[in-house]
Design a protein around this ligand. Structure first.
Ligand SMILES: N[C@@H](CCC(=O)N[C@@H](CS)C(=O)NCC(=O)O)C(=O)O
Length: 246
């Protein structure tokens, strides 16, 4: 089988794609992009993804480079008929939640991580205000997802089987606890304590971090912790290569 190529920077959204590649046991090579050196804004990178964002996946089955995490996950799941529900109705659910996570949770998290970019003249007060709103929105998204798992019977987001949606949610949960960098003014940051109120989500985080293929992905991203609680109780990684924050 021909190999995929994953463009990555440690702990960026490529983590989700890597977990999918590992869980599906697909051959791939990875190509490090140093965000601190702005390699994601270099002309050669922009030819592959004009947004200047990670991840990019080069697929042996597709003419174009793939970008957008949700689209990459769906492409892998359908190409290999893996990490997706096998019944047609449930395939629609999988796509529905991928869009939901991508358009709402991930999009709001990006604004939490890069809040200053949303203003021409950012001030501490503006950043605090937007972060307060965003953290409330993100809590609502996690509330909704936790409730959906309960309604659908769990234990995974779509039922009995692990799907790409669980991988996406887990990375978002990790980043929500880690990456909005501390700010001068109080803004009600999301913490591990929040996840105690979302037991179904917490189960997914704790289950994933124990799976051998997910541990392989964590090691290859160079974000492993001694306690192996990278999703349920994350701490700031210090990867040897590349920069976590660009
Ligand atoms: N909508 C994109 C978002 C990807 C994204 O936010 N990538 C981040 C890393 S996690 C990135 O490349 N950030 C660089 C930047 O914004 O300058 C997706 O789903 O793939």
């Amino acid at each position: 089988m021909n190999a995929y190529t994953l463009y990555y920077s440690p702990d960026s959204a490529n983590l989700i794609v890597r977990m999918a590649l590992e869980e599906m046991n697909l051959p791939y090579i990875d190509y490090l992009i140093n965000r601190a050196k702005k390699e994601h804004l270099a002309p050669d990178f922009l030819k592959l993804n004009p947004q200047g964002l990670l991840p990019i996946l080069i697929s042996p089955y597709q003419a174009e480079p793939l970008f957008e995490t949700g689209a990459i996950l769906w492409n892998l799941a359908t190409q290999h008929n893996a990490l997706k529900p096998h019944q047609e109705n449930n395939s629609a659910s999988c796509l529905k939640y991928l869009f939901y996570i991508s358009n709402t949770l991930h999009a709001d998290l990006r604004a939490l991580f890069y809040t200053e970019r949303y203003f021409d003249r950012p001030t501490d007060e503006l950043i605090q205000l937007l972060r307060q709103c965003l953290s409330q929105r993100v809590r609502k998204h996690f509330d909704l997802l936790n409730q959906e798992i309960a309604n659908r019977g769990g234990p995974w987001l779509l039922g009995q089987e692990l799907t790409v949606c669980d991988l996406y949610v887990a990375a978002c949960a990790r980043w929500a606890m880690l990456y909005p960098l501390p700010h001068l003014l109080e803004w009600n940051a999301i913490t591990k304590a929040d996840f105690l109120r979302w037991p179904h989500l917490l189960w997914i985080l704790q289950s994933l971090e124990q799976r051998p293929r997910i541990r392989a992905a964590i090691l290859k991203e160079d974000i492993a912790q001694n306690n192996q609680n990278e999703f349920s109780d994350p701490s700031m990684p210090q990867p040897k290569s590349g920069s976590v924050l660009g």
